[in-house]
Design a protein around this ligand. Structure first.
Ligand code: URA
Length: 435
């Protein structure tokens, strides 16, 4: 078999067999197939696409390129949730304790943030003492004791994806739907998820800018799930404005705490209810998302999710007192309010720019090795469709220095746009994709 022939086949829109896909993925991971041939293949996929069969084969070949995890010790199937990434996306911080409060075991692996999007592990690291680097034994013990844990990825999972993603990044082939879908699903499957709930974000602050592409990405991942026996459901959700109000690590922890008390922003609460209801249904805890939603509301009324969050923090070495005393979280030395210059309706909040402003303040990282400032970030206090009065506070900036905050202040002013005509609020959940 020759890689050259596989490039031609893909370029001509022909299927690759299972053996051909495995030859290519294994050969590339082990260094026998050079970057330039793999790059040519990725570009062929970018223009010609891949069949559903080949995409599923690619996913499983990538899974088998490294270690895979199973969780027999947990005695139940692992339900996982994955977001394709957005601005102010702290759903995992809320969902994990909320779902666990219903009695469903949640063993979650999460990542760090890059660019304009944040990462769950960075947010959790704002909690004093919290450890996300647990050993396998510690992770299992935590889940067995309190029914939930959130950790960084352990082991050598999907080395093929690590290499391929780095190559795609420098060859303009990241935004190919079959390549994104197989990359995401391979990591979920290798981490032992048997049931997967996906939050596919669409809009200015997301990977996918168009609803049609997000829908296709969701369908492709659900299809991979079906072909590999992992029950998968996806929600396509709006990322044209930040989720909730807070963008930045400690600020997002505070907002997650408020939401776990039932006092969070409406959009964040609604998204967590929708995703949580799907997780409960996947776990067999409810017969339908409608019933799952009811159960989530019941445990919220009893005050259980916030208690679970305290347990999660405690079992992973953090100080659970932050839940009742936000002053224990890192706080920025300089804050500044942004006021509305006129009475008007909010028409647009440029989510990607807001993410980049937060990154500039220190809340995110440009390169994987960059340090982040856990206290820095923004609160965007309005939503598209809101009517604001002249002089009303529309944003609050938290930064390390007066200079950094001043720069952010000017940027934020132009990232939020207004009109005199009323604007309809944006829908949050745009589609549900399942098999
Ligand atoms: N996220 C991933 O994990 N992989 C991609 O290819 C794109 C986004």
């Amino acid at each position: 078999m020759r890689m050259y022939d596989l490039i031609i086949k893909t370029r001509e829109g022909q299927e690759l067999s299972r053996d051909e896909v495995r030859f290519m993925v294994q050969g590339y991971t082990e260094g026998q197939i050079p970057d330039y041939q793999m790059a040519a293949w990725c570009m062929a996929v970018y223009f010609r696409g891949l069949s559903a069969e080949t995409t599923a084969e690619l996913t499983m070949a990538m899974v088998d390129s490294g270690e895979t995890l199973t969780w027999p010790e947990l005695g139940s199937e692992v339900v996982d949730k994955h977001s394709t990434g957005g601005v102010g996306d702290k759903t995992t911080l809320v969902l994990v304790p909320w779902v666990a409060a219903t009695g469903v075991t949640v063993a979650k692996m999460s990542g760090r943030g890059l660019g304009h999007t944040g990462g769950t592990l960075d947010k959790l690291s704002a909690i004093p003492g919290f450890r996300s680097e647990l050993s396998r034994t510690e992770f299992i013990r935590a889940v067995q004791r309190v029914g939930l844990a959130v950790v960084g990825q352990t082991g050598n999972l999907v080395p093929a994806d690590k290499k391929l993603y780095a190559l795609r990044d420098v060859t303009a082939t990241v935004d190919s739907i079959p390549l994104i879908a197989s990359s995401i699903m391979s990591k979920k499957i290798a981490a032992g998820a048997s049931r997967i709930v996906l939050d596919v974000k669409v809009g200015g602050g997301a990977f996918m800018q168009e609803v049609s592409s997000a829908q296709l990405l969701a369908e492709t991942m659900v299809d991979i799930g079906a072909k590999t026996n992992r029950c998968t459901v996806a929600l396509v959700t709006n990322m044209d404005q930040p989720l909730g109000y807070a963008v930045g690590n400690a600020l997002e922890v505070q907002e997650a705490i408020a939401t776990l008390r039932g006092q969070g922003p409406a959009d964040l609460t609604e998204l967590c209810l929708a995703l949580g209801a799907e997780m409960l249904t996947q776990a067999g805890k409810s017969d339908s998302p409608k019933e799952g939603r009811q159960l989530l509301l019941e445990v919220m009324a009893e005050g259980l999710p916030i208690r679970k969050f305290r347990e999660l923090i405690g079992i992973q070495g953090g100080n659970p007192a932050v839940v009742d005393n936000p002053k224990l979280l890192p706080a920025a030395p300089v804050t500044k309010e942004v006021f509305a210059a006129q009475s008007a309706y909010v028409t647009k909040i440029q989510a990607r720019r807001i993410g980049l402003i937060a990154m500039d303040l220190g809340a995110g990282r440009e390169r994987i090795e960059d340090e982040i400032d856990l206290a820095a970030g923004l609160e965007i206090l309005v939503k598209v469709g809101d009517r604001v009065r002249q002089g009303q506070s529309i944003a609050r900036i938290h930064g390390p220095t007066a200079i950094a905050v001043k720069r952010a202040f000017e940027e934020v002013q132009s990232a939020i746009q207004f009109s005199q005509a009323p604007v309809a609020p944006m829908p949050l959940i745009l589609a549900r994709v399942s098999r």
